[in-house]
Design a protein around this ligand. Structure first.
Ligand code: SF4
Length: 145
């Protein structure tokens, strides 16, 4: 994947941050949303978002044992350890009840834009369950393959 696609994604993340700044959803920073199995929800990501995270962080700081508990390997003492480079779903999800009616529309709007970036850069559309993919990554890391 090329860096231009990653840069376009970063521009999109900045635009989303501006929009969220106006909407002011409340985050209590409990980290509950990153413990997927405990929270009973799933995070879906595109290959572009995940490869961007890999390219920018090298997945440094991942605690792969967390995926066995159904949590994100980047959750660090209740905080996101890769906040600057986190994926679209991480940015849009808030447990603030007042924000929930806006959430799916906002996600769809930016997800369509991510798809547009992938198309513009000739990338195939891949969209998958993040935790499933992280389990595969954890097994790769653990086995040293
Ligand atoms: S990348 Fe960060 S915000 Fe997203 S699930 Fe992991 S810890 Fe949570």
């Amino acid at each position: 994947m090329n860096d231009q696609a990653f840069q376009a994604l970063e521009v999109l993340y900045d635009a989303l941050a501006e929009e969220l700044q106006r909407l002011q959803p409340v985050c209590r920073m409990s980290g509950a949303c990153c413990r997927f199995e405990q929270a009973g929800h799933r995070l879906y990501v595109t290959a572009l978002e995940l490869e961007h995270l890999r390219a920018r962080t090298g997945f440094a700081g991942a605690d792969w044992s967390r995926v066995k508990e159904g949590a994100c390997p980047f959750l660090d003492r209740g905080r996101c350890g890769v906040r600057t480079h986190r994926m679209l779903g991480c940015r849009v999800y808030y447990c603030d009840p007042a924000f929930q009616p806006r959430m799916s529309g906002l996600y769809e709007k930016y997800h369509e834009r991510v798809k547009g970036i992938m198309r513009a850069h000739g990338l195939p559309y891949e969209y998958f369950d993040y935790l499933d993919r992280m389990r595969a990554e954890a097994s790769h890391e653990t086995n040293g393959a």
